[in-house]
Design a protein around this ligand. Structure first.
Ligand code: 13P
Length: 258
């Protein structure tokens, strides 16, 4: 199946002001408007997610949130209601990002609960899976085992119909710019892991046309190295998504390659 490439910009806790956030959104929107072959999804921090002043009329942008809770609503202090996200016009949600797993002690079971509620609330989940540096150093067999375990446990509460609603991301933790200082995964290795995930989804979940993105220090310069691999359906981008020239460069590179 020939899908548009998904360009998912994860802003994490940035930028620091509404003015900067709107300027960045405008850059992504303008670059996106010139692109026929990509779908641009922006995941801002929560202070902007619920702000109409922030989103305005960015016609090319799909609205995302960086997390949600596993109950649709209720007495859960500090949690984000998936139903409120949906009502606010948010359509995508990141679930299982390694920074939530590490700093929020999030488990695969909690991720499974979040996925189930997100799908059933009508949100499009983006499930992040990734190996740590220790598993990576032990080689490809260990890396695959690690990803397979995360995948099975994260999908443990979902029906096969639910699973078909998910978009997946292979995002090795050791390649994220916050820890790798910009060192990207080798595109051949990244593509091999993306293909492995797709194979697992076919063989073990009867899901033949899954979409799997790659994430980890992708920027306007490195993105073209990954574009030669058809199995990679797009990118989850962190640090580079905060720089206007990088944002337009990434979108342009994908357009030129299509
Ligand atoms: P970087 O692109 O900064 O490595 O971040 C990747 C990431 O964590 C996206 O969710």
């Amino acid at each position: 199946m020939n899908h548009k490439k998904i360009i998912a910009f994860n802003w994490k806790m940035n930028p620091g002001s509404l003015k900067q956030a709107r300027a960045l959104l405008n850059v992504a929107n303008h670059a996106g408007l010139k692109s026929k072959n990509s779908r641009v999804v922006v995941f801002p921090p929560f202070e902007y997610v619920f702000s109409y002043d922030f989103w305005g009329h960015a016609a090319k942008i799909t609205k995302g949130a960086q997390d949600c809770f596993w109950q649709a609503r209720g007495p859960y202090t500090g949690q984000i209601s998936p139903r409120s996200l949906k009502q606010a016009g948010i359509s995508w949600v990141i679930i299982g990002h390694s920074e939530k797993r590490i700093h929020g002690n999030e488990t695969n079971l909690q991720i499974a609960k979040k996925l189930k509620t997100a799908v059933r609330t009508g949100l499009q989940p983006l499930l992040c899976l990734g190996d740590d540096a220790f598993s990576h150093k032990q080689g490809i067999i260990r890396t695959k085992q690690c990803i397979r375990k995360q995948l099975h446990e994260s999908l443990s509460l979902l029906s096969s119909a639910d699973i078909k609603e998910i978009v997946f991301v292979y995002e090795p933790i050791w390649a994220i710019s916050a820890v790798s200082h910009g060192k990207t995964d080798d595109p051949v290795h990244a593509a091999r892991m993306v293909s492995y995930l797709k194979e697992l989804l076919v063989k073990e979940f009867r899901f033949p046309d899954s979409r799997v993105l790659y994430g980890g220090s992708v920027n306007a310069k490195t993105v073209s190295k990954f574009l030669g691999f058809d199995d990679i359906n797009g990118f989850l981008v962190g640090a580079a998504s905060l720089k206007p020239d990088q944002v337009s460069g990434i979108i342009r590179a994908i357009e030129n390659n299509s």
